[in-house]
Design a protein around this ligand. Structure first.
Ligand SMILES: [Fe+2]
Length: 581
């Protein structure tokens, strides 16, 4: 494809369509309130409207630059393309009809705009053409960082040639730049170098969307603000070659990638602008440092779903999560109640959740983490009284009776997230499982062996009455050796004070590959989820294969779990390693 050789000013097939600007984006997210709070507090937008569970946010006098729509999964709701007036909307409607592109229904609420019409692009993305957006008279509240306008969106596209034909020939966009002919392309509808970009990789989804900041100083302020709020910067700050803009990328809590950018190249002279075909090299997207972009960002994921190391987005550093007392619930939808002297019960209520097969972040959603860490080698015991009830009624893919009390389950785990040891205690209402797992913290993202189960699970059949209280406890006795060198260790699992399983082992853990050798720290995790391991036909379950991805072990139901008398005790009097701090 030789776009760089084409005439510089194109005449669209349908000259009636003229896009004024990329005005806003509508994004579907699972937890609208939670995500909106992030855009307010971290990105610096301001909520301007709420309609039927959707939240609209603005960054200037225009009614909104971002719409958040409730949905089970994150994804594009629509891209807002502003046209000049109501007549222009009618022209779009007519032009689409002429081209055989029937407008699609536009039923979701959309305050702040006038007439509009929607269609789908060749990848199925919903485009909303609308006339001028309402102005909000009241001034914006001062914020530490404040974007000034919606910038652009970058899509993955199935077929770049087909997509460019649509955006250029039908919608009147102009080609701004490409990489290697057809790997990437940037297009513009006004003098901003790009309003839309496309990654040609056979997928149809959003890679990221961008809000523009005033200047380089605002980028600096933003970086400081992100650091103060523990929001990781995925990539940048640096300068892009195509577009010449300074950029940085951050994740939002739903897993979207957001770009914050400034100094985009202005194409003020359409007649003399020539698109450039850039090489596929790190220096093209990262001019200052030529650093390759992380894979999860290239995939359009704000979080690295494979990174289980301490402080990673998967585990939750930098994420706003529900907090109560010493505990943090990594599922923002979870309601947690901390114990009081009158009622020494720690209650977690997760109204509904979905734990996917191969998506660790879904697994994490049901984890409740004690916000305490311990130096390794202390010798630890963690124990709780647990009663679990399942109250969900949602359909599930395994035809399991959602009211079957056997499906209720809980677990406690001691996790050393630097050495990669998990001592786990999984409890369903009929069985318990003690297991020691090893996972490899330093495995490359996406590596199939990033979680390696070890081979000493023990199943014990018990008849546990649904909702009854039992005390489950793990004790860990480290040896005298240095943590990452061979040496003896012991772990014990107790039910109601009775030893049900013990493991002695000699640590032969491969030290994590650089750069993640961290001080060893244990975290006490508790998880609640529904297990399929008791299903009569034997489908799923953590028992038979110890599936490293927990495939088919979990699915979404509402669960209430009550944890009584939680204790975390140090059981040895000497430090195994230097105590941190
Ligand atoms: Fe971008």
């Amino acid at each position: 494809m030789q776009h760089s050789q084409k005439p510089i000013h194109r005449t669209p097939l349908s000259p009636m369509i003229e896009i004024k600007r990329i005005g806003h984006v509508g994004i579907q997210v699972p937890n609208v309130e939670h995500v909106a709070a992030f855009y307010e507090n971290i990105v610096g937008l301001e909520i301007s409207d709420r309609v039927d569970g959707s939240i609209f946010l603005r960054c200037n006098e225009q009614h909104h630059c971002l719409g958040l729509y409730p949905a089970a999964e994150r994804g594009l709701h629509h891209l807002g393309l502003e046209v000049h007036d109501a007549t222009a909307v009618e022209c779009v409607r007519e032009a689409l009809r002429e081209l055989g592109l029937e407008p699609i229904p536009d039923e979701d609420p959309h305050p702040g705009i006038g007439e509009s019409v929607c269609c789908r692009d060749p990848d199925g993305n919903c485009l909303k053409f609308y006339e001028g957006m309402h102005h909000v008279d009241r001034p914006l509240l001062p914020r530490e960082v404040q974007p000034v306008k919606f910038g652009h969106i970058t899509y993955h596209t199935i077929d770049l040639k087909r997509t460019l034909a649509f955006y250029i020939d039908v919608l009147g966009f102009r080609l701004s730049d490409t990489v290697e002919g057809n790997m990437l392309a940037w297009v513009r509808c006004n003098q901003d170098h790009h309003g839309i970009a496309f990654l040609n990789d056979g997928q149809a989804k959003v890679n990221h969307y961008c809000f523009d900041l005033t200047d380089w100083h605002a980028i600096k302020e933003t970086c400081d603000h992100l650091k103060r709020n523990q929001v990781p910067i995925i990539y940048g700050p640096s300068r892009h070659g195509p577009g010449d803009n300074i950029f940085l990328y951050i994740p939002d809590p739903a897993g979207n990638v957001i770009e914050l950018s400034t100094e985009m190249l202005q194409v003020s002279d359409e007649l003399s602008y020539r698109p450039q075909d850039w090489p596929n090299a790190p220096g093209t997207v990262d001019v200052w440092r030529a650093m390759p972009a992380p894979q999860h960002f290239l995939d359009g994921n704000g979080r690295d779903f494979h990174d289980w190391s301490a402080g990673s987005a998967v585990i939750g550093a930098g994420w706003h999560v529900l907090e109560a007392g010493d505990f943090r619930a990594l599922d923002p939808a979870a309601q947690i109640t901390t114990p009081t002297p009158e009622l020494p019960e720690f209650t977690i209520d997760i109204p509904k959740f979905t734990l996917g097969a191969k998506n660790p972040v879904d697994h994490v959603k049901a984890l409740i983490r004690a916000d305490r860490r311990f130096a390794a080698g202390t010798g630890l015991a963690a124990g709780v009284d647990i009663a679990v009830q399942v109250h969900g009624t949602a359909a599930n893919p395994y035809d399991a009776d959602p009211d079957d009390p056997r499906l209720g389950s809980g677990s406690i785990a001691l996790i050393d997230d630097s050495a990669g040891i998990v001592l786990n205690f999984e409890i369903s209402n009929r069985r318990i499982m003690a297991l020691r797992e090893l996972f490899v913290v330093s495995a490359p993202a996406g590596a199939a062996d990033s979680v390696k189960p070890m081979a000493d699970p023990v199943m014990i059949d018990l008849l546990i009455e649904p909702g009854s209280w039992h005390r489950y406890e793990i004790r860990y006795y480290p040896g005298d050796d240095a943590l990452l060198a061979p040496g003896p260790d012991r772990a014990e699992w107790y039910v109601d004070g009775e030893l049900v399983h013990a493991v002695d082992w000699v640590a032969t853990i491969d030290p994590p590959a650089a750069p993640v050798i961290k001080p060893a720290r244990f975290t006490v995790n508790m998880a609640i989820f529904t297990l399929l391991d008791d299903l009569s036909d034997g489908r799923g379950g953590t028992i038979p294969g110890l599936d490293p991805g927990y495939e088919q072990t979990l699915f979404g139901q509402g669960v209430t779990s009550r944890w009584r008398n939680l204790e975390v005790t140090e059981i040895a009097d000497k430090w195994h390693l230097q105590k941190e701090g």
